[in-house]
Ligand binder design. Structure first.
Ligand SMILES: [Zn+2]
Length: 350
């Protein structure tokens, strides 16, 4: 095929490069994703709702360790609008070192609600949806040369998920949000100075949810080892609005413009999956004090503890009684024996 023909095909069929069109609502919304992307209708999809009954404590889950996240400002990163999110490219010398393979960074991006909807996270906790969610995407660089080769492999990707809620302003996010107006429309890209990406993560990297899932956008490959941190980061309402109101899902020349917001996928089925968690005390506390009300389970736990304590006390009392009884019996026997020996001795002397 000549170069001319290939160029004609690519110009005439932009979808050959970018894949089939998909959106978060309307005719091409998520109900329609499986039509062109069959994995989206398959198993082990993400996101999911972290319901307490799906969680299992795993004492072998180590704290997440990230390396080279503190990037020099002399390094340049590409910030882009792909029509579905705002995305920052990341250099592959950033990596996660606490997983069975080395997972090198590729990009980070966001999911959010809208100015009227402060609920736009993809993962949820017992149905609670946070204002937004950041995904830091890494690929298995021990096994694959780049993210494109890894994206459809079962052990290809590891994504760090960070819940975002409205609260204190976080200056680290301004290092990214201040450039958002430069990528208002789809396919726009600019270069921005790098910064400390670690500052976008929560303080604690030792408390997280871990499960096997998928990309949350088409083609929805089930290739992601998910780590979603338990504690959210906070950004101010002003920062959230900078993210939620500045961008368009449409190209600059399109009319009317389509706002880019509410770009989150709804919860998927658990499919018999277990979600491992690296934290325990809070989990037990949650089971006992679910929404401040005692449940039948917590009454059962209290009854079991009380019965076990009473049984233990009874055993101790019995043990003490036996020892005392034995000691008094021994003393009685000794007294008797002494009496006998004395009389024997007396007999012998006489
Ligand atoms: Zn994402």
């Amino acid at each position: 095929m000549s170069l001319k023909i290939i160029l004609i095909i690519l110009i005439a069929c932009p979808l050959a490069l970018t894949g089939r069109k998909w959106t978060y609502n309307g005719l091409d919304g998520e109900h329609d994703w499986p039509t062109n992307y069959p994995f989206c209708g398959g198993a082990f999809q993400s996101p999911i709702d972290f319901q307490t009954h799906l969680l299992r404590y795993d004492p072998n889950l180590p704290p997440i360790q990230v390396q080279n996240y503190n990037l020099s400002t002399s390094e340049q990163l590409t910030l882009g609008n792909n029509g579905h999110s705002v995305q920052l490219s990341l250099p592959s010398h950033m990596y996660i070192s606490s997983l069975p393979h080395r997972y090198s960074a590729a990009q980070l991006h966001f999911h959010w609600g809208s100015s009227n909807l402060l609920t736009g996270s993809e993962h949820t906790v017992n149905g609670k949806q946070f204002a937004g969610e950041m995904h830091v995407v890494h690929f298995n660089s021990d096994k694959y040369p780049n993210v494109s080769m890894a994206v459809d492999k079962h052990d290809g990707l590891a994504v760090l998920g960070v819940f975002i809620e409205i609260g204190e302003a976080n200056p680290a996010f301004d290092k990214l949000f201040r450039f958002i107006s430069g990528v208002k429309y789809r396919d726009q890209k600019i270069q921005v100075p790098a910064f400390n990406i670690r500052a976008l993560l929560p303080d604690r990297l030792d408390q997280y949810y871990r499960y096997d899932g998928s990309l949350t956008t088409p083609p929805c490959y089930p290739s992601v080892l998910w780590t979603v941190f338990r504690k959210p980061v906070t950004i101010s309402r002003k920062q959230f609005l900078a993210l939620a109101t500045a961008l368009y899902a449409s190209f600059a020349q399109d009319s009317p413009s389509m706002p880019l917001h509410e770009n989150y996928r709804k919860s998927q089925l658990p499919d018999n999956r277990v979600v491992l968690v690296s934290f325990r005390e809070e989990l037990l506390h949650h089971n006992i004090c679910l929404s401040g009300d005692f449940t039948w389970m917590s009454w059962g736990i209290i009854a079991s503890i009380t019965a076990a304590s009473m049984l233990g006390l009874l055993m101790i009392i019995t043990l003490v009684w036996c020892i005392l009884r034995k000691r008094s019996y021994t003393e009685e026997q000794e007294e008797k024996n002494n009496g006998c020996k004395l009389s024997e001795k007396e007999e012998h002397i006489s």
